[in-house]
Design a protein around this ligand. Structure first.
Ligand code: IPD
Length: 270
């Protein structure tokens, strides 16, 4: 098995290439290529092009590894490692020209299931503002080469909490109900629009906490590792791992205050 630092180098190089492509296509003008789960769940030509670039580069560098990407689905490998990729996280921001979108590339060991995988390395690159977040398991997290550490000792009442909404209308209404319960108990809420950047924001102390229901594995594979390596607790309810049911990320003391507030809104079984 290659060292985590070696895997991180591959993730970083490939994420940067895809991020350069995404930024270039953004400058040229973005068009919606198709919609997916709902009319608001869009895919641009750049999403597909960036994923093809990443998939080909990974196949060249690590031909025995598996691949699991937002736009082109999965392919099993034989090495036990899988690359979990969101070519453009924050697609709606990308479409509107809001500079909060990112290429997210992670490599995990085990089945491509966040309940059981072990994330080894990850890179999240926001080319619109030139920020690169990285982490490797046991190697810490960095922003543009500078070590990251979550903010400690924040009281829930003073916490800036990020969240997001899915594309399904019914799910969004449910998510708004949770938000209505929470907003009076925290400093304020942010909806940045890219889950990978929300998690990196927790790592960088720009958000105190983040939670969301309904994330796909590629939305959080790299960001969750980055948040963990910066000292955040990442998981769901009652000690369970993060999944499509729920992801919570915060410094452990704040996690312990936020989790009981979210608990009545979610069942552990999802
Ligand atoms: C979405 C973003 C958004 C989150 C959604 C995700 P996409 O990913 O990360 O912030 O709230 O749940 O689906 O569609 O832009 O890759």
């Amino acid at each position: 098995m290659p060292a985590n630092a070696e895997l991180l180098e591959i993730a970083l190089t490939i994420a940067h290439r895809a991020a350069d492509l995404a930024r270039q296509r953004r400058d040229e003008g973005v068009e919606v290529a198709a919609s997916k789960s709902s009319l608001s769940d869009i895919v641009t030509r750049a999403d597909r092009e960036a994923e093809d670039l990443i998939r080909d580069a990974i196949a060249a560098a690590r031909p025995d590894d598996g691949f699991y990407g937002e736009e082109s689905g999965g392919a099993e490998g034989t090495s036990g490692l899988t690359w979990v990729v969101d070519p453009i996280d924050g697609t709606v921001n990308y479409f509107y020209g809001i500079p909060a979108y990112a290429v997210s590339v992670a490599v995990v060991e085990g089945d491509p299931d966040p309940r059981t995988w072990r994330a080894l390395a990850g890179a999240v690159v926001n080319p619109a503002i030139g920020e690169t977040f990285t982490a490797s398991a046991g190697g810490g997290a960095e922003l543009n080469g500078k070590a990251l550490q979550v903010k400690q000792g924040t009281d829930l009442a003073l916490a800036l909490v990020g969240t997001g909404f899915g594309y399904d209308a019914e799910r969004r209404v449910q998510q708004a109900t949770i938000l209505a319960d929470l907003i009076g108990k925290v400093r304020d809420i942010r909806r940045i629009g890219a889950a990978s950047l929300d998690l990196c924001s927790v790592a960088a102390g720009r958000l105190d906490a983040y939670y969301e229901r309904g994330l796909n594995p590629w939305d959080h594979a790299a960001g969750a590792l980055i948040a963990r390596e910066a000292g955040a607790q990442v998981g769901a309810l009652a000690g369970t791992r993060e999944s499509a049911d729920l992801l919570i990320a915060a410094e452990p003391g704040l996690y312990a205050q936020l989790e009981p507030l979210l608990r009545p809104h979610f069942s552990v079984a999802g």
